[in-house]
Design a protein around this ligand. Structure first.
Ligand SMILES: NC(=O)c1ccc[n+]([C@@H]2O[C@H](COP(=O)([O-])OP(=O)(O)OC[C@H]3O[C@@H](n4cnc5c(N)ncnc54)[C@H](OP(=O)(O)O)[C@@H]3O)[C@@H](O)[C@H]2O)c1
Length: 476
């Protein structure tokens, strides 16, 4: 299959190209003789920003820096009128624009009729939801970076948007920070059919896995390193448990396949059970391990999804995505394979996505269905078939291979190969079974039976192989 690697820059260039075609009636320049307006006469979009932290500060800085350019681009001045924060007396690490009011009172923004665009970058799912919903009710456009809010309340947000047709809702920064994946999903696939979407969509875990793979670090060392560099949350469970990736996957599935799935229904396995040993085996197999969110068509009506560590071959575009970088690969009928790579977090990458939304709204761009139409007749199925990697820890005993074969046969798990690295301890060794393409449920049942056996030490670890055609090409 031909692979077209659309780099982050290429994607950005596509987006900015779209911006260069101004609507006829708005085209002007400050000095152009064609312009009937001077800069000073331009209408102004007044912003109320909820949040003056990492992302909020970046948004304010970019608006200050590029305000003349934005005027030319959009035909509007863009002014940060008010910023709402938790503690207005706190010193900010950015310059508050002159005339901008810093407040702790939500209504100072929500009740101000001169503010017609609200930017929600305060995070959380309770107050942030109130702010977003009230702003929409008052006909204000909303830009948000809040993945947690959208993933938790997606159906309610869609309902609210139907009730508020005059207000626009933009959320480019909510999934993969700086990568323009939302806009691409909204606008670049209407004539195409997406078969599969797979993404490295959590920077902290990708940083950790890279550190374990390339740096030979243990899980605990990798987590300590990620925490020290600010990639992990204070409580890293959302990252390492795969839950953050699952929230993003839910949003991407709504866009790619038109289906809405409860987050809890998407099978989610984090990286906590991975060990250095798994990377040794992955190397032996010629690839690596990545935490991937996957949604794929099972047939024309059904879509399966999961978040899990996956074995990834070295020629897969996701295998070379290292450190805290994010990537989403979309496989579709027309474009075949397109990969979007970039910074999934950080002040300027994330603020950049918010700015793109703000500028689009100032230009008057409309997204009548920000989550795309529903995929009529499509349903979510909570199981999938795949080639699996199954790692069993054992104490040496007679008949292990025979018993494995019997259990696999009982559950219809066809074994492709068995991998064994040199045994250094007879009481603490491990081997790996690579299966043919089999149902996840069968693997779960086999794993549970393995765990009952005397020689089996601790839980059996299994993960899918990302590409199903890989096993046919494998030579181990
Ligand atoms: N940081 C990233 O790289 C990144 C990437 C993608 C998406 N996001 C999303 O962007 C949003 C903001 O993230 P961030 O990193 O900028 O957070 P942050 O640095 O912690 O900043 C949060 C800001 O919101 C204010 N705030 C928090 N709760 C508030 C409340 N109840 N009422 C009023 N103000 C409140 C805080 O006020 P004080 O300053 O006074 O405390 C602070 O200014 C989140 O939804 C996050 O998930 C962030």
């Amino acid at each position: 299959m031909r692979k077209a690697l659309l780099s982050f820059l290429a994607v950005s260039a596509t987006c900015s190209n779209a911006f260069t075609s101004l609507p006829q009636n708005r085209a002007f320049t400050a000095t152009s003789s064609k312009s009937s307006l001077s800069m000073a006469d331009l209408p102004v979009r007044k912003l109320g920003i909820f949040g003056g932290g990492t992302v909020g500060g970046g948004i304010v800085e970019i608006i200050q820096k590029k305000q003349d350019y934005f005027k030319e681009l959009t035909g509007h001045g863009i002014e940060v009128a008010k910023i709402c924060v938790r503690d207005a007396s706190k010193k900010r690490d950015f310059d508050v624009p002159s005339g901008c009011i810093v407040t702790e009172n939500y209504d100072d923004i929500l009740d101000d009729d001169s503010i017609d665009m609200v930017v929600e970058v305060m995070g959380g799912t309770t107050d942030a939801k109130d702010v977003v919903f009230k702003a929409l009710s008052k006909g204000k456009d909303v830009v948000t970076a809040n993945k947690a809010l959208i993933a938790k309340d997606l159906p309610e947000i869609e309902e609210k948007l139907e009730q508020c047709p005059g207000a626009e809702f933009r959320y480019e920064a909510a999934v993969c920070g700086g990568i323009p994946i939302i806009r691409s999903m909204q606008s670049d696939f209407p004539g195409d059919d997406i078969d599969m979407l797979s993404g490295i969509i959590n920077g902290c875990t990708n940083f950790m896995l890279t550190s374990m793979d390339k740096g030979g670090k243990s899980y605990d060392e990798a987590l300590a390193e990620a925490s020290a560099l600010g990639y992990a949350e204070a409580d890293p469970t959302l990252d390492v448990g795969g839950f953050d990736a699952r929230s993003k996957l839910r949003i991407l599935m709504r866009l790619a396949f038109g289906i809405d799935v409860d987050e809890e229904d998407i099978a989610c396995r984090g990286i906590t059970e991975l060990s250095k040993l798994d990377f040794d085996y992955a190397k032996m197999m010629g690839g690596t391990i990545k935490l991937v969110g996957v949604a794929k068509k099972v047939d024309e009506e059904s879509v399966a999804a999961f978040v899990s560590p996956c074995y990834v071959t070295s020629d897969d575009s996701l295998s070379s995505v290292n450190g805290a970088t994010n990537a989403v690969e979309v496989i579709s009928s027309n474009l075949q394979s397109s990969t979007y790579i970039g910074q999934g977090a950080g002040r300027y990458p994330t603020a950049n996505s918010c700015i793109n939304d703000i500028v689009a709204l100032a230009k008057g761009d409309k997204a009548p269905m920000p989550f795309n139409p529903f995929g009529k007749g499509k349903k979510f199925v909570n199981s999938y078939d795949s080639v699996f990697y199954i790692r069993l820890s054992y104490t040496d005993a007679l008949g292990i291979t025979r018993q494995c074969g019997e259990i696999c046969e009982k559950h219809g798990v066809s074994i492709h190969s068995i991998l064994q690295n040199p045994v250094t301890s007879k009481t603490d060794a491990a081997f790996v079974l690579v299966t043919e393409k089999v149902p996840l449920d069968s693997v779960k049942k086999a794993a549970s039976d393995f765990e009952e056996l005397d020689w089996c030490n601790g839980p059996v670890f299994y993960m899918p192989v990302l590409r199903e055609d890989w096993v046919e090409a494998m030579s181990v």
